[in-house]
Write a protein of this length. Sequence first.
Length: 326
Amino acid sequence: MITNVLKQISQKGIMGINRRNAEYILIYNTRKFYPLVDDKLLTKQRAIRAGISVPELYGTVEISHQIRQIHELLHEHKEFVVKPAQGSGGDGIVIVSGQSKNMYRLLQGTLMSREELDYHFSNILSGIYSLGGQPDKALIEYYVQFDPLFEKITYLGVPDIRIIVFLGVPVMAMVRLPTRMSNGKANLHQGAVGAGIDISSGTTLGGVWHNEIITEHPDTGNTVTGLVIPRWEKLLEIASGCYELTGLGYQGIDIVLDKDKGPLILELNARPGLNIQIANKAGLLPRLNLVKKYHKSLGSIDDKIAFARDHFGVENNQEFMLLNDQ
């Protein structure tokens, strides 16, 4: 089925990785701005200064001798997330959902000793998870309590919403849903589900799982279509504003919906993946070309969002409608 879909949308402007790199990342993403998105600590600090909400940072581990002292800090927080500042694809992330005596209970229910967590911190510092294998630092931050809207279509972890933004215009979106296979992480290459989102209404359209088109979550059996994402306008505003935040013309914005704190930026990506096209059953190229043509006339964030809703909604998306009729 996926081969047929790819053949069909290839006629409708699907973008491949070489074209993404040569015509968008290379041209619109100035190299000097990469650290702002490749380093999650810098992203977090810049977002806070801009008044954009992010998961609270509890602490950092930047040098080895800090590891011995970190457990005192961790004792104050029953739940937290440990992640490499320069990691990618969810690698190196440890989610602690509780503590039992001197052990940490992981999201999957297994226990991790202090010594095992110390070793993980050491691996992060060594750069084993970082882009290019460079020495890194570890972030310890608030564990998001996801909106109950997602309870029936997620397994253990926190879903996040990826929005592709080009020159400040949101062009395509999907929600990434953790599965048993992904160990509760919202990363497609680890086995999470990606469900396309109608830019105009914030309604989920259908899903992709390991390059297979699906309509139901593989673990819960519940439909991933027809779900209306709450506060959709706010999410589009946050995503559009990230163009000015980073200066990167082509980027992926990852946002989580906390049940108490609302939308929080999780991270930004200067090289967002392309499976979002399969999840939406639509190619990126027609949308990107349209933005190129009209972006100079779109001054404000409101203008850019209105443009996206007018041109990239399902009712204006001929390729999606054609594919669903077949």
